[in-house]
Design a protein around this ligand. Structure first.
Ligand SMILES: Nc1ncnc2c1ncn2[C@@H]1O[C@H](COP(=O)(O)OP(=O)(O)OC[C@H]2O[C@@H]([n+]3cccc(C(=O)O)c3)[C@H](O)[C@@H]2O)[C@@H](O)[C@H]1O
Ligand SMILES: Nc1ncnc2c1ncn2[C@@H]1O[C@H](COP(=O)(O)OP(=O)(O)OP(=O)(O)O)[C@@H](O)[C@H]1O
Ligand SMILES: NC(=O)CC[C@H](N)C(=O)O
Length: 671
């Protein structure tokens, strides 16, 4: 048998953390060696971190990456390892993946298809490497080939697709297979979004089947640099079957999977099924030959196909509620890494008893529970050295009490229902709960401004100003509490309200981080219902919060107008499911108002066309008027396939003509 034990590791890296990134790389190499692996793939740009932003341009960073690579060489003794780093060649910067074998740097493959989609802006820093081209650079005093390379490790031929290379129709994998690749490695930095792992599984399995290779995929893990979440979730496929799949969304520094693949069987499949045509004479590229053999010991056997294409330890991956499970894991992990990497001591949430702030507090508690479940008390305390007093805390409620403070801030328009819901939820989670009244502050401002202007604001004429002063009066106290605890103030805004600016700037937008800014309100309410009755299947068991009933029973309301106005969000705006449908038509599909109406109207047959036209117009007007606000919202995690965050997915001019002509057309035709 011609067996090779392949390993793929996901790493929780941090931009510019030279020593830490190296340490995790070395730990993964050691673990792979313990598992008997001969070849290991590590994530894209793992040496520097993927999210270095404009510091990718820095010559010092580029030199630091090569120095780090040279330092790593001895750690690869007895193994072949592929690891990503930026590379400056002939006045241009490339996204590279170095292949090291038994301490020797063989070459660096460069990414051919840069990520430009969604929240990726790679072409700002990197250039795509032309297929077939080969160059050279000097690393550590030696000439190293770079570019479109195939590595021949004592007869086992290994090629590399760097992340997006595998997402395009014209995959380099096909040419690598034609040139004789037995194995393709994919070092990735592929951000989390709902359901996306299934796409990755498909191209890994299909790559292995159609190219007749063994395919090993790895990704970054956790919240690397602030906003993007990475799943981890290593994958290894052979002959069209998944043979290893790592666990996703873990709190570890790294995770590793390995599988033994039979190179002879891959070659058999290739000769029987791969439409390679004649071996191309002019495909270009270079094959780097090395006498190091990555093959496994005699007593290994080929790994059998997995029963399901995900980690066998994680049945939640096959759940009908996968989206809810993913949300309950991805955002808490992102919060954990944010807390850890920002070296702050915990979180503060202004808790209203409504859905948004309840969801934010709940996500923090899920972070604490799952962090404790996965890492144990000692492991968790070690990962959060900036938070005092965590040593020996084994009770999740006690842990949450240390990490989360919630405050209810009433005005005369607050109700007993919301106060009780807030107190009940904070208690159920174990969070510290405080309450104070902000009415005196609201009164002071209203009186002072009114007296100075010679007219006290009233509800008939000054509705928005009187609402906003209440939301703003809640800011200073919440910030003060965050300062006192050296904690992060979490903003509670969701994507639906960001789309239409339904929030007070410097009021309920206060905060440094917006955990639910990436999801729409209709989904959030669905998730909260599920959290009340079912909940995720955590390490410590299934976790549902019955006390959410008091939150879920309410219609979303800002509670800013006097009680007799019976204010609701949907009364001010439109039903949230309608808002989300218009948002998708307008922001994802970039449809003008009339097209949006034609798309959305059939989804809600109970709504008259006139009413729907009014809501479509309202959406476009509010969307247009509030770009400036979105530019100032706290950073949100990217979790859905789109977002309204101008730093990431959704860009729009702050000033524009506001669809005036298109809205005129909408009104004319809708009548
Ligand atoms: N293009 C532009 N560039 C820069 N700044 C711009 C601007 N246009 C307005 N502005 C400024 O923004 C101000 C208006 O913005 P802002 O003060 O935020 O207030 P605004 O957007 O007018 O009103 C806030 C809305 O959010 C709702 N709300 C508030 C709080 C909580 C909740 C809830 O759901 O709980 C809902 C409230 O019912 C109201 O409909 C203007 O006075 C002006 O100074
Ligand atoms: N009485 C309150 N005490 C503390 N914070 C409040 C209070 N009222 C509003 N807030 C803050 O303002 C935010 C915005 O209110 P908003 O109504 O949009 O959200 P919510 O009350 O959490 O949910 P919902 O919209 O479903 O009622 C809240 O999430 C909360 O952080
Ligand atoms: N780093 C990348 O190349 C990302 C590619 C791909 N579009 C993804 O999101 O996974």
């Amino acid at each position: 048998m011609n067996l090779l034990r392949l390993a793929a590791a996901s790493l929780n890296q941090t931009p510019l953390d030279w020593a830490g990134n190296r340490q995790r790389i070395v730990q993964a190499i050691e673990e792979a060696r313990r598992k008997g692996a001969g070849l290991l793939v590590l994530p894209e740009l793992a040496v520097t971190g993927y999210g270095c932003e404009d510091w990718h341009f820095s010559a010092a960073v580029q030199r630091g990456a090569l120095d780090s690579l040279v330092e790593l060489l001895p750690a690869t003794h007895g193994m072949a390892v592929c690891v990503g780093l930026p590379l400056f060649v002939d006045e241009r910067l490339y996204n590279g993946a170095a292949m090291i074998a038994d301490g020797r740097l063989l070459g660096i493959t460069c990414k051919q298809h840069l990520a430009t989609d969604g929240l990726h802006y790679e072409p700002r820093w990197f250039r795509p490497w032309p297929a077939g081209a080969v160059g050279a650079i000097n690393v550590g005093g030696g000439e190293t080939p770079v570019g479109d390379l195939l590595y021949d490790l004592d007869g086992v031929r290994v090629g590399v697709e760097v992340c997006r290379d595998a997402w395009v129709a014209d995959r380099p994998g096909r040419r690598l297979a034609q040139r004789g690749a037995d194995v393709i490695l994919n070092p990735s930095a592929s951000h989390f979004s709902f359901g996306k792992q299934d796409v990755r599984r498909r191209f890994v399995i299909e790559g292995s089947r159609t190219f007749g290779v063994a395919y090993a995929y790895c990704n970054l893990l956790g919240n690397e640099s602030g906003q993007s979440i990475f799943d981890g979730g290593t994958l290894i496929a052979s002959q069209g079957n998944m043979v290893a799949a790592g666990r996703r969304l873990r709190y570890d520094d790294f995770t590793l999977s390995s599988a033994a693949v039979d190179i002879d069987q891959c070659r058999r499949l290739k000769s029987q099924a791969f439409e390679a045509g004649p071996r191309p004479a002019d495909a270009g590229g270079a094959t780097i030959v090395c006498d190091f053999s990555p093959r496994t010991s005699e007593d290994d056997s080929p790994s059998p196909p997995l029963a399901a294409p995900h980690a066998p330890e994680d049945p939640w991956e096959g759940s009908a509620d996968l989206k809810h499970e993913e949300f309950a894991r991805a955002v808490p992990l992102a919060l954990f890494d944010y807390l850890r990497k920002s070296r702050t001591r915990g979180f503060v949430v202004s808790l209203s008893g409504g859905a948004d702030s309840a969801a934010v507090a709940l996500l923090v508690s899920l972070m604490a529970r799952e962090g404790l479940g996965q890492l144990g008390a000692e492991g968790l305390a070690k990962r959060l050295p900036a938070v005092p007093g965590l040593e020996g805390v084994t009770d999740p409620q006690e842990l949450i009490h240390r990490l989360l403070a919630c405050v209810y801030q009433s005005t005369r328009n607050s109700s007993e229902t919301t106060r009780r819901a807030a107190a009940g939820l904070a208690h159920a989670l174990g969070a510290e709960f405080l309450a104070w009244d902000v009415d005196p502050m609201v009164d002071r401002y209203t009186t002072a401004v009114g007296e100075a202007r010679g007219a006290r604001p009233d509800w008939e004429h000054d509705d928005a100003a009187l609402q906003n002063i209440q939301a703003r009066a809640r800011g200073p106290g919440a910030w003060m509490l965050a300062n006192l605890r050296s904690a992060l103030l979490l903003a509670t805004g969701n994507r639906s309200e960001a789309a239409v600016g339904y929030a007070t700037m410097d009021g309920d937008t206060c905060g440094g981080l917006a955990p639910i800014g990436g999801v729409d309100k209709a989904y959030l309410r669905e998730w909260l219902d599920w959290m009340e009755t079912t909940g995720p299947d955590l390490t410590s068991g299934r976790y549902a919060v019955a006390e959410l009933a008091a939150v879920n029973a309410q219609a979303p309301t800002a509670e800013l107008r006097p009680a007799d106005a019976a204010q609701t969000d949907e009364g001010d705006l439109m039903p949230y499911p309608v808002l989300d449908a218009i948002e998708r038509a307008a922001l994802v599909e970039l449809r003008p108002p009339l097209d949006a109406l034609r798309l959305v109207a059939p989804l809600f047959p109970e709504v008259s066309r006139e009413q729907m036209a009014e809501w479509v117009e309202r959406f476009f007007r509010l969307w247009n008027a509030n770009q400036w606000k979105r530019e100032r919202l706290a950073a949100a995690f990217h979790v859905d396939d789109h977002s309204v965050d101008p730093r990431g997915w959704g860009r729009f001019p702050i000033l524009s003509n506001g669809f005036e002509q298109e809205l005129e057309e909408l009104r004319r035709i809708a009548k």
